[in-house]
Design a protein around this ligand. Structure first.
Ligand code: ADP
Ligand code: MG
Length: 344
């Protein structure tokens, strides 16, 4: 059997070019903007009358993911969609991506094929072409860098800096669940490490999925288009609501008033929170990786947005001099603080 047909072959047998061939030979480009993909020195894209929106994200083993509890297929999926989420947050649609990987000797061809299964699933689901990448070895662990390219008509692009006084602050889905899913996985990893006891996570399917397999909110971008509502500002929630609200306020030179009682939190998030003594609200404000959209809309959109079950109105934009504040469940006012992920 040729090494490129043998999924258990180790990477040195297959070699860099054999691996690239195995990973990319099934690609068929679907977008008209993807003129040339894998196979030449660079990809060629065609966007005659659109603006091109580009984003990149780097994931490093041991910092951003733990392969003890992260299936490689899920990791590939997540690495791709977190980039699509950044494009959706600009109100752009993802069309192409490039992926660069660095691999240590512990990885087999089978493992990388699994990673790519997740990547191709994400590409299929979100209509994206994989048009290139780079492959390297590493001393330890896996590093994945993905660059995603999207398109938007010039006037459709939504920035962080457009929020106006009295705009409604809106959030899609619910918050804090991915953080709780991660806490559960970390807890079970510790228990398994010290007792060998198999994890019991049956009742927590939703929060686990939210951490391992997030879905970026392309559906919300689509919905807002159908409703004819263009957000005045938008950002995706990767670092917790507080941090993202502060980004919008700072960029827009405005303040905000948000109500704790209006922040959407799933019952499973609350339940897990009770077990580990972390309030669901704290996870929503300071947890990470929800990949929901936070956006502002003019007050005139209240009637329409207020009817949508997938969107919560959590507060409104105020003058910068009024600060960036949260009304707690008991009615007191506290300043929002950015905790976010401690990446370093
Ligand atoms: P170069 O020497 O110019 O960097 P490579 O041999 O690395 O070229 O890549 C050959 C082709 O395969 C290029 O089109 C590149 O974009 C693509 N490619 C390389 N590595 C990957 C990968 N891990 N995933 C997808 N495409 C890849
Ligand atoms: Mg290369």
């Amino acid at each position: 059997m040729k090494p490129e047909n043998d999924k258990h072959a180790n990477l040195s047998e297959l070699g860099e070019f054999g691996l690239i061939k195995m990973l990319t030979e099934k690609i068929t480009l679907k977008n008209p903007g993807s003129l040339v993909g894998v196979g030449d020195d660079a990809a060629v894209l065609d966007y005659p009358d659109k603006q091109v929106v580009v984003t990149t994200d780097l994931l490093t083993e041991g910092i951003h993911f733990d392969l003890v509890y992260t299936p490689l297929k899920h990791l590939g999926y997540k690495a791709a969609v977190i980039n699509f989420s950044d494009l959706f947050a600009m109100n752009a649609l993802p069309r192409q991506m490039l992926i660069s990987i660095a691999l240590s000797a512990k990885f087999t061809t089978q493992m990388i094929a699994e990673l790519y299964e997740g990547i191709y699933l994400a590409c299929e689901r979100y209509g994206v072409d994989l048009v290139g990448g780079d492959t390297s070895s590493s001393v330890t662990g896996l590093t994945i860098s993905i660059t995603a390219i999207g398109e938007a008509v010039k006037d459709e692009i939504v920035y962080r800096n457009g929020a106006k006084v009295n705009d409604l602050i809106c959030v899609s889905g619910n918050l804090g669940s991915a953080y709780m899913g991660l806490q559960l996985l970390e807890r079970e990893k510790k228990i398994f490490g010290s007792t060998g006891q198999q994890p019991e996570m049956d009742e927590y399917g939703y929060i686990l999925e939210r951490h391992l397999k997030p879905e970026p909110r392309g559906d919300i971008v689509q919905l807002l288009r159908e409703l004819n509502i263009k957000p005045t500002s938008m950002i995706d929630i990767s670092d917790g609501l507080s941090s993202e609200l502060l980004h919008i306020c700072t960029a827009s030179k405005k303040g905000c008033l948000v109500y704790a009682s209006k922040i959407p939190i799933d019952p499973e998030t609350e339940k897990m929170g009770k077990e580990i003594n972390i309030d669901g609200l704290v996870a929503a404000l300071n947890g990470g990786e929800d990949y929901e959209l936070l956006f502002t809309v003019p007050l005139s959109a209240f009637e329409i947005i207020g009817k949508r079950p997938e969107i919560s109105i959590i507060g409104h934009i105020v003058d910068e001099s009024e600060g960036k504040r949260l009304v707690t469940q008991t009615g007191s006012l506290v300043d929002l603080k950015a905790q976010g992920w401690k990446a370093f």
